[in-house]
Ligand binder design. Sequence first.
Ligand code: NDP
Ligand code: A1CAB
Length: 276
Amino acid sequence: MSQLINNLNKNICFIGAGNMSTAIIAGLIKKGFPSDKIMASNPSTPKLDTLAADFRIKVTQDNQEAVDFANIIIMAVKPQMMQQVCSDLVFSQDKVLVSIAAGIKVDRLSSFSRHTSPIIRVMPNTPSAIGLGMSGIYASDDVNEADTQMLVQIMSSVGKAIIVKNEEDIDTVIAAAGSSPAYFFLIAEAMQKEVINMGMSPEQARILIEQAMLGSATLMQQSPSLEFCTLRANVTSKGGTTAKAVESLQQSNINDIMAKAMRSAVKRAQEMSKQF
Ligand SMILES: NC(=O)C1=CN([C@@H]2O[C@H](COP(=O)(O)OP(=O)(O)OC[C@H]3O[C@@H](n4cnc5c(N)ncnc54)[C@H](OP(=O)(O)O)[C@@H]3O)[C@@H](O)[C@H]2O)C=CC1
Ligand SMILES: O=C(O)[C@@H]1CCC=N1
């Protein structure tokens, strides 16, 4: 994949140089994507200065300059900014327009941007920064296969990527992968607090939780034939400690808690699609 991404021979720009753009840029550079083929645009300079210093990419405060430079334009501003930012830009029709924004559907993006060529939606997540991202890609029927595959190639270079068939599935990708790193960090925070309450140092708490999470995630990935429930059962000795902890989580309705959280993310994406 690394070789393919090096041979892509396209310029990419990021409109909005915030957290998610920075994560994807970091991942692309780590994979060897040429830094002079990336440009980021942002109204304020500190983030641009950091990106230029860390990754040697091109930077500008002029969104149109970035659009004119690129073959692939990644719109990465907050959803509430999208209409304003798009309507100030002129896109020639040979450019591939991509949005990573939650809750803004292709037909809205198309009307904001007056871009009559097909638009692709990508829903990435921040672990893209270390090559462990997970992205969902939605391309409507009128997007040509080569452009869809180019986005699959780009996002696969910073992690894994799947194509979703229906635009609504992007909201499910948000609930399961776009937003979910925050759920895992929240669980880590809660566990760290309790380890400290039990008398250990924050540093010890951090390494215990970090390594347990990393080990569990890696074990899931390296055991494709084992269901998550089997991996859980393998930890749970009859009459032992894990059984008590798991019982406590189940009594607190962990399934309902997670379902409710994920439904809330989807509901918010649906609201945003009407709001912005
Ligand atoms: N963070 C995440 O995990 C994920 C985010 N996304 C999507 O990515 C998009 C960006 O999110 P995120 O990176 O978290 O947000 P950030 O707020 O970190 O980044 C948004 C960036 O847009 C910049 N910006 C503001 N106005 C303009 C403008 N007129 N022209 C160009 N840039 C502008 C902001 O600059 P300044 O700060 O100087 O105002 C900021 O750097 C959102 O649409 C979100 O839905 C998708 C998946 C995951
Ligand atoms: O919180 C958000 O709206 C964005 C989309 C997925 C992750 N961050």
